[in-house]
Design a binder for this molecule. Structure first.
Ligand code: PEP
Ligand code: MN
Length: 335
């Protein structure tokens, strides 16, 4: 249930509605919108009778929410969520490109790649210091020293930082260094990590699990938002594919569906879906045309030496060419 308040509703009238919801044993979550406040009713085990709210002063509507996810749903909030970053916004028509290596390998590697992606127009640097690897014997990331390198990239280039937290310990560190905390595909249903991300104080990039339905993905976002963090960027990165021609199957149909179902922005990661460099530019172009709010792309100056995901990493020149193509595909280009 969503209680929509009048534009002129006073804080006292909102308080009355919140207390009424709480007296019924439910959770009330006020959601200030551009024009008016709406109050979501959460944790109700069954349908709630709208009649008990409609005669309270300041209430204009009580809308039953039909979706399993509530706070992330368009039913609950009609206008697009804008992600506010230091000096940069994403969503609501602001298109942003994030780029960088799969993993932070050294200061020289990170600074070299950062300079190139910045020159091409990227605004956010990506690079994992904590890597969730399929094999326990693969490189697991530099850890805290990797985060310090990311800080140096931020200080020297002005690029913002998105980097992954793989568990609760790494999240405590990552939130100190990152502008956006990434939750990877393998952790999309790590509910305790999602909850913690819900009060980490930073926007969260939530990747879709490789086996996740749209509803499971949006429910994962709901976990974060139910803890009070509404700054969530969804990221489509491909789901299980048949055959060997791609690593994962990039689900571009999900882009317009996500836009319809939720107010959250969606970015697309063509790199992890493709698994091979030659497919990254066409998938990226298709994602732009499908209407995403941004891209996250792996770039490496020496991909043949990369410790992870070299085969799918673009050379800096290829990335720069792609950025030029995006300008022609998208009115307004990138930020
Ligand atoms: C990554 O971004 O480097 C990564 C590991 O991505 P995903 O979680 O989508 O596999
Ligand atoms: Mn990677």
């Amino acid at each position: 249930m969503l209680i929509v308040m009048d534009k002129e509703a006073t804080p006292a009238q909102i308080g009355v509605v919140v207390r009424k919801i709480e007296a019924l044993g439910y959770l009330a979550q006020p959601m200030p919108g551009g024009e008016r406040v709406a109050i979501a009713v959460l944790r109700n085990p069954g349908p709630v009778d709208p009649a008990q709210f409609l005669d309270l002063p300041g209430v204009v509507q009580a809308i039953p929410v039909t979706r399993a996810y509530k706070l992330v749903s368009r039913e609950v909030k009609r206008e697009d969520t804008l992600i506010s970053l230091p000096g940069l916004e994403l969503g609501r028509g602001r298109f942003v490109v994030m780029a960088g290596p799969c993993a932070v390998e050294s200061e020289l590697q990170a600074l070299t790649i950062a300079a190139r992606v910045k020159a091409a127009g990227a605004r956010i640097f990506r690079g994992g210091a904590f890597k969730p690897r399929t094999s326990p014997y693969s490189h697991q990331g530099l850890g805290k020293p990797g985060l310090k390198i990311l800080k140096k990239v931020r200080d020297e280039t002005g690029l913002l930082i998105v980097t992954e937290a793989v568990d609760e310990d790494s999240l405590k560190l990552v939130r100190e260094y990152a502008d956006i905390v990434q939750i990877g595909a393998r952790n999309m249903q790590n509910f305790s990590l999602l909850r913690q991300a819900g009060h980490c104080g930073k926007p969260v990039l939530l990747k879709r699990g490789m086996n996740a339905t749209l509803e499971e993905w949006l429910m994962a976002a709901e976990y974060i938002m139910a803890e009070g963090n509404s700054q969530i960027i969804l990221c489509e990165r491909g789901i299980r594919a048949m055959g060997e021609h791609v690593r994962y199957l990039l689900d571009l149909a999900v882009v317009p569906v996500v836009r319809r179902e939720t107010h959250l922005p969606i970015v697309v990661d063509p790199s992890h879906a493709a698994g091979r460099r030659d497919l990254v530019p066409p998938l990226a172009r298709a994602a732009v045309v499908a209407g995403c709010d941004g891209l996250i792309i792996e770039v490496h100056h020496e991909p043949e030496k990369a410790i992870s995901d070299g085969a799918q990493s673009l050379y800096p020149d290829q990335f720069a060419a792609l950025m030029q193509e995006i300008q022609t595909l998208r009115p307004g280009g990138w930020k």
